[in-house]
Design a protein around this ligand. Structure first.
Ligand SMILES: [Zn+2]
Length: 308
């Protein structure tokens, strides 16, 4: 492509190119202009541009914002900071181990480059851990790509985790070309099955993680006691999945995590259970001396029905 020549002639310029920018350039073939659907190219590591000149700046940290308008709901930075603390304490690590094993099980031996999208990646911990673990004992190269509608989340991701392509984008209009991904992860996050079907290769898989009724039940007992949300069921979500994707495998992952009061306060801030809850209930949860929390998930692996 022509921009290769342009960049090589720029040697000696003082512009420091971040790892994120290099990753975007290496993976530029996946990008699709969110305005017109054209392919895109990198312009001097400053922006990505389509053939019709729709231009999106690459941030200094090396992520690109491909949203055409700001999202209706804005999750605060605090939420992602709390989520980051909970992730860093290893709360999700057993779940991530299962995801890694399922990825191994679902990639064929003959491919040496596997591209994984985390759709709704939040502040990036899950994807970066999965890629790190996959890379440990394989010759295969695993390239992670993370999208989230929250700019705050992507900013944290691009600061903390290098080697991954990070984009602010909407899962309802994924700014990537058809059939570019071997694996799409969708972890505790909304889905858009028609977009997932479009971007997954015909032999690729979608791995979706949904909470089970036991997930955070110690908190659910406090926040939702006596309401219709006291018992959570994921039946509808799983049914919706199977209408759109052929289910290849499902796994239950259940464990318990011990945590201190400070970690508990971050967990409370992070979970939608507490959003909109009265201050007294949040205080009550904090004072409850909960020192163990149940993690309980279903992991579903599926193949697109349309792609066969
Ligand atoms: Zn365009």
């Amino acid at each position: 492509m022509s921009e290769n020549g342009k960049n090589s002639s720029q040697k000696g310029s003082k512009v420091r190119v971040s790892a994120g920018k290099i990753k975007i350039k290496e993976n530029i073939d996946i990008f699709k202009c969110p305005v017109c659907g054209d392919g895109m190219y990198v312009d001097e590591f400053k922006s990505i541009i389509c053939m019709k000149n729709h231009c999106f700046d690459i941030s200094r940290r090396g992520y690109v914002n491909l949203l055409l308008k700001p999202p209706k709901h804005k999750y605060g930075k605090e939420l992602f900071k709390s989520r980051s603390v909970i992730c860093q304490m290893g709360f999700f690590d057993p779940l991530l181990e299962s995801i890694v094993r399922l990825i191994y099980d679902n990639i064929s031996d003959d491919i040496d480059h596997v591209r994984i999208l985390d759709a709704g990646c939040g502040e990036g911990y899950h994807l970066s851990q999965v890629i790190k673990k996959l890379q440990e004992n394989q010759d295969t190269h695993f390239q992670g790509v993370g999208i989230d509608i929250s700019k705050d989340a992507i900013q944290i991701a691009s600061k903390n985790f290098k080697g991954i392509v990070w984009c602010v984008a909407d899962i309802a209009k994924i700014p990537f070309m058809d059939k570019k991904f071997d694996i799409v992860l969708n972890i505790l996050s909304p889905s858009n099955y028609s977009e997932f079907s479009r971007i997954i290769r015909s032999q690729g898989v979608l791995i979706k993680i949904v909470p089970n009724s036991g997930y955070l039940k110690e908190l659910r007992d406090i926040f939702y006691r006596g309401t219709d949300k006291e018992i959570y069921s994921n039946e509808e979500v799983i049914e919706h999945f199977s209408k759109n994707f052929e289910v290849l495998d499902t796994k239950n992952v259940q464990y318990s995590v011990s945590l201190n009061r400070e970690q508990l306060s971050h967990l409370i801030k992070m979970t939608p259970l507490s959003w909109g809850a009265a201050e007294e209930i949040i205080e009550k949860a904090l004072d409850s001396n909960i020192d163990n929390i149940t993690a309980d998930f279903t992991v579903i692996v599926g193949r697109g029905k349309l792609s066969n």
